[in-house]
Design a protein around this ligand. Structure first.
Ligand code: ARG
Length: 395
């Protein structure tokens, strides 16, 4: 029989996919679980796969690659889609696709399958990444192909003795070390506040305030409160530290690639705090024009990552620009957290462009105010001349 590699989480969609690939497409299914820090029980997923009759289960630990080649560039690009969403799911998809293409080659499979619906962004990210890496592979998306809905899937799972966890019945969750996306259930009603049980890291009943200091070296977070640690550990720790002060919930209206608006709920304490700290440090060390330009680069970066164009040459180009700017992004940022809010309250850097002698209002200032008068006159010419012309023509 021909073989297919299925990107497999062990959840509702992908469990249903195994059965459909076997019965409808007559394929031997190789399930692939890529570990991007989702904190699942991987032994259990292996068992679920075997119970479903997969011919083989492959586990790939891609945490370090995810941190180095996906999360780090996202931090450096201050990546927030529509100024809100840290793109956790979005940046993991091209990596999972890459691993699936590798496993397909190793196992002589000529197709890759995923459990994405036809309504979301994930299908876009998977399909485009797979085609960019190996155009000869077939792509099979059973949920999309059969226009399946969650209630139909649950029914099918029930009929076929597929075990589904209680949370999977309630929400559709995607998790990795950069964040968690929670969809469906009561959240589909725009007027409902997300209930506490939707969240894993964020505690919403803590009224005390706390501080955390993040150290950066060339745009990479390297320490928490002066203690050096590798990025994976730092993110994990910060999820707990910031989450304990209620920080990390995102609840916004998002424009999907397929043209619909959706209500998206996420929790990503570490991602939000790290992007805020990184952005603040850049403001201290980059020039005004570098910042203005980088702002549009960052926005473009987030859009490419969100919309499935991770392998577009433009992203590589933008990364080259961003990498150059990060040479000076070294320093320490102190954040205050309270009741879900977070705010930078202190910063220091050896590359700081903040000039105390110029800015001070005291008499030791080296800034000669008298020079400003001529500057302001010339700077304002563009505006004063235009207004003069407009009133002359009105008269
Ligand atoms: N809207 C988000 C995105 O496009 C989250 C997707 C979550 N995926 C999921 N299978 N629950 O990245």
């Amino acid at each position: 029989m021909n073989k297919v590699v299925l990107a497999f989480s062990g959840g509702l969609d992908t469990s249903v996919c195994v059965k459909y690939l076997q019965s409808l497409h007559n394929l031997d299914v190789i399930t692939l679980t890529v570990d991007v820090g989702q904190n699942d029980d991987f032994k259990d997923i292996n068992k679920v796969s075997a119970d479903l009759g997969a011919v083989e289960h492959v586990y790939v630990d891609a945490k370090q690659e995810f941190l180095n080649d996906y999360v780090t560039p996202a931090i450096q690009a201050n990546a927030l889609y529509q100024q809100k969403y840290p793109l956790a799911t979005a940046i993991a998809r091209p990596l999972i696709a890459k691993k699936a293409v590798e496993v397909a080659r190793e196992h002589n499979a000529n197709a890759i399958s995923h459990g994405c619906t036809g309504k979301g962004n994930d299908q876009v990210r998977f399909d485009i990444a797979i085609r960019s890496l190996n155009p000869n592979l077939n792509i099979i998306a059973p949920i999309r192909d059969m226009n399946l809905t969650r209630d139909k899937e649950l029914e099918y799972a029930n009929e076929n003795n597929i075990k589904i966890s209680a949370v999977a019945k309630k929400y559709s969750i995607d998790e990795n070390l950069w964040g968690r996306a929670i969809e469906g259930g009561s959240l589909e009603n725009l007027e409902n506040e997300p209930p506490d049980d939707a969240f894993k890291f964020v505690k919403q009943n803590n009224t005390s305030a706390g501080y955390v200091s993040i150290g950066f070296e060339r745009g990479v977070p390297i320490s928490i409160d002066g203690t050096r640690m590798e990025l994976g550990l730092l993110v994990k720790k910060l999820n707990d530290v910031a989450g304990a002060f209620g920080v990390g919930i995102i609840d916004h209206i998002e424009d999907r690639v397929v043209g619909i608006k959706s209500r998206e709920v996420y929790e990503a304490p570490a991602a939000l705090v790290l992007v805020e700290a990184h952005k603040d440090l850049e403001k201290l060390v980059l020039t005004h024009n570098e910042l203005r330009f980088k702002f549009s680069v960052d926005d473009q970066w987030a859009w490419l990552a969100y919309s499935g164009l991770w392998l577009d040459p433009l992203l590589t180009d933008l990364n080259a620009f961003i990498a150059k700017t990060q040479e000076r992004v070294t320093g320490e940022i102190k954040i205050k957290m309270h009741n879900g809010s977070y705010r930078v309250v202190g910063r220091k850097s050896t590359f700081s462009l903040y000039d105390n002698d110029a800015i001070t209002y005291m008499s030791n200032s080296n800034f000669d105010q008298r020079l400003a008068s001529g500057f302001v006159t010339l700077w304002g010419l563009q505006s004063s001349a235009a207004n003069k012309m407009i009133s002359k023509n009105k008269a």
